[in-house]
Design a protein around this ligand. Structure first.
Ligand code: APR
Length: 254
């Protein structure tokens, strides 16, 4: 972990008028939820065209529910890791305005972040595509899956955004407002290859924001729009940045 870059990030956050975080599956890997495109990612096991496209769900919901049940089993047992907790602490310190996440695992909220924009929806509710009934998913156990509509018995679809589906309009508007008004964005644990989500750091950059990448490897943003990449696991880097911020703040006050 490059301590000079940790110090630089802490300074950038303290000097920034408005900082946001943009997170992907990598921030939850240390909570036991695999990401999608790394060597052990979910898409190595399930072809996203066959399991994560809305047309696949319409054609063969039972088959898609095999992947969904696998994903739910990981999410149900996952707890926030030090990266999620560190972002919630920055919010409490008044240094983080919001988290825009591509993740559907709810771990940012579980860690205490209060302004979380779920760009790809959430696993917490499910909807019946036949009668539009919406069901609370937080009370479901693995034995209840695949979940059926209590009203018409059709298979329910989790309110997560499948490929081929639109992004929830409220999430799009809120994300655009945050990314075009921030002065720094922490881009954490995302391969930045899925649009329109991946346009968020570009919107921030166009408005002059500092783009701070935290990832275990370079991405298409690195060397392009990122000011710098702090290479390593988010579960170590975020707490190190928070500790450095506290140290710098402490020395400011003394
Ligand atoms: N700390 C930081 N970064 C990590 C860690 C970690 N511990 N582990 C993995 N990463 C990085 C990987 O190097 C990769 O760049 O996290 C990134 C994960 O990328 P993806 O698996 O592509 O996940 P994500 O960017 O969130 O995917 C975007 O694609 O499949 C869709 O809807 C799905 O929301 C998802 C979207």
């Amino acid at each position: 972990m490059d301590h000079q870059l940790i110090e630089r990030a802490a300074k950038d956050i303290l000097q920034s008028k408005k900082t946001i975080a943009f997170t992907g599956a990598g921030i939850s890997v240390e909570s036991g939820i695999p990401d999608f495109r790394s060597a052990q990612g979910l898409w190595q096991k399930y072809d996203p065209e066959e399991y994560a496209h809305i047309h696949a769900f319409y054609a063969n919901p039972d088959k898609v529910w095999l992947m969904l049940k696998d994903m739910f089993s990981l999410i149900i047992s996952a707890r926030p890791n030090p990266a999620h907790i560190g972002l919630a602490e920055l919010e409490r310190m008044g240094l983080l305005s919001s988290v825009i996440t591509q993740n559907v695992d709810g771990l940012h909220q579980a860690a205490g972040s209060s302004k979380v924009i779920e760009f790809h929806g959430s696993h917490r509710t499910l909807t019946c595509l036949k009668c539009s009934n919406r069901v609370d998913g937080t009370t479901l156990t693995l034995d209840d899956l695949p979940a059926r509509c209590p009203r018409c018995s059709s298979l329910l679809k989790p309110d997560v955004v499948f490929f081929g589906e639109p992004i929830p309009w409220d999430a799009q508007i809120a994300s655009f407002e945050e990314s075009q008004s921030c002065t720094a964005v922490l881009v954490i644990g995302t391969s930045a290859v899925v649009y329109p989500a991946a346009s968020i750091p570009f919107t921030a950059k166009e408005r002059g924001a500092t783009v701070i990448e935290i990832n275990t490897e370079p991405t298409p943003l690195t060397g392009q729009i990122s000011d710098y990449l702090i290479c390593g696991p988010a579960g170590k880097i975020i707490p190190a940045i928070v500790d450095e911020v506290k140290k710098m703040r402490g020395s400011e006050k003394s």
